[in-house]
Design a protein around this ligand. Structure first.
Ligand code: MRU
Length: 344
């Protein structure tokens, strides 16, 4: 059993988060009471990973809807809550997809019924998606070489989803079936999701994992004979462009150079069929680059560029792996497999 990242009590609306900023040193759960605390939790990455912030946002919307049921201005105020949640992280589309879909319920004057339905769907989504990630893992196992060396970046694991993860799903599902892999995890500067989270959760599950710094990727592929690269995604467009953690693009370029497959694993809620190659990239505080673990590592006041994500073009992607299977990153295949299925 993997670690649970979010707990929501349907009878009391108590919302509890595993604070991912404290990992791996401390597995502390924090209670989220207000909308402001929820926004802060997403912005500071206490909860992170495109699917996980969407589940969290859905629970916050459900909680706020119930709080507002006696307010005559319910409809407008709930819409504002949804918009504020969506604005917290602009690149990951799951949050937007899920909140917009829940806000479609926000019409009419039976506020209690609307709040109840939002809560029911939020809970169902978190539970149902366990099967989604399991399917992603199963499909990934059909293309990854058993016993092989597989490189990943950031954390697209159990704590970024509702279980199993996306890019890490084949390692968990493989473990259940006796299929092993040697996983190489890039540490993922600036916020070290690889070092702090991926290595931690795989190690907890007794899955073989080796940590490298980001600038060791090319040499590791060459020296250790990496067979494949698999990553998660924050937004996949109609044209097959993939936004994911900064550093993903350079891994795709390396995979191309070394002639190894480069896979992107994500649920259908990560697709944005309205978008092409123009994706808004979140830029974060310079301090994430000038400091490590709160300690300064660069001259004070130095100019910094800190994009949280990059965009990998479809020609560098061997295959997209979703709950529907493995298919090419092009508009025809995406429309065929994903079109019409993005609903919550
Ligand atoms: O900034 P983060 O830690 O939220 O970035 C997360 C990623 O880039 C993941 O690869 C992506 O959200 C997929 S998680 C299943």
């Amino acid at each position: 059993m993997t670690v649970q990242n979010i707990r929501f009590d349907v009878s009391t609306n108590e919302l509890i988060l595993l604070d991912q900023t404290l990992l791996p040193h401390e597995a502390r759960y924090v209670t989220i009471e207000t909308l402001e605390e929820a926004e802060h939790a997403i912005e500071t990455l206490q909860v992170r990973g495109a699917p996980a912030i969407a589940y969290f946002g859905a629970f916050v919307l459900a909680k706020e809807a119930e709080r507002l049921v006696d307010d005559p201005d319910f409809t407008r105020r709930l819409e504002i809550v949804g918009r504020r949640l969506i604005a917290t992280r602009p690149t990951a589309v799951n949050l937007q997809n899920v909140i917009e879909s829940l806000l479609e319920l926000n019409s009419g004057d039976d506020f209690e019924q609307i709040a109840g339905e939002i809560k029911r769907r939020a809970v169902a989504l978190y539970e149902r998606d366990v099967d989604t990630y399991r399917s992603i893992g199963e499909h990934a196992l059909t293309v990854l070489p058993s016993g092989g060396n597989v490189l990943t970046i950031c954390n697209a694991g159990a704590i970024a989803t509702s279980r199993y993860g996306t890019a890490l799903a084949p390692f968990y599902v493989g473990k259940e079936r006796g299929v092993t892999f040697n996983v190489f995890a890039c540490e993922t500067r600036p916020l070290l999701q690889g070092a702090r989270l991926t290595v931690w959760e795989l190690d907890q599950a007794d899955i073989d994992v080796t940590l490298i710094t980001d600038n060791m990727a090319a040499w590791t592929i060459q020296a250790k004979g990496v067979d494949a690269i698999i990553v998660g995604a924050d937004r996949i467009t109609r044209t097959g462009h993939v936004a994911n953690k900064i550093g993903t693009l350079q891994l795709a370029v390396l995979a191309n150079h070394y002639g190894i497959p480069f896979y992107v694993a994500a649920p259908h809620s990560t697709f944005d069929l309205m978008a092409d190659d123009a994706i808004e990239i979140e830029e974060r505080d310079a301090k994430e680059v000038t400091h490590i673990g709160g300690q300064p590592t660069a001259p004070v006041g130095i100019t910094v560029f800190n994009p949280a994500f990059d965009v990998t073009p479809p020609e560098l992607i061997t295959g997209l792996i979703t709950e529907a299977g493995v298919f090419e990153a092009n508009e025809t295949a995406i429309t065929h497999h994903v079109g019409g299925t993005i609903h919550v």
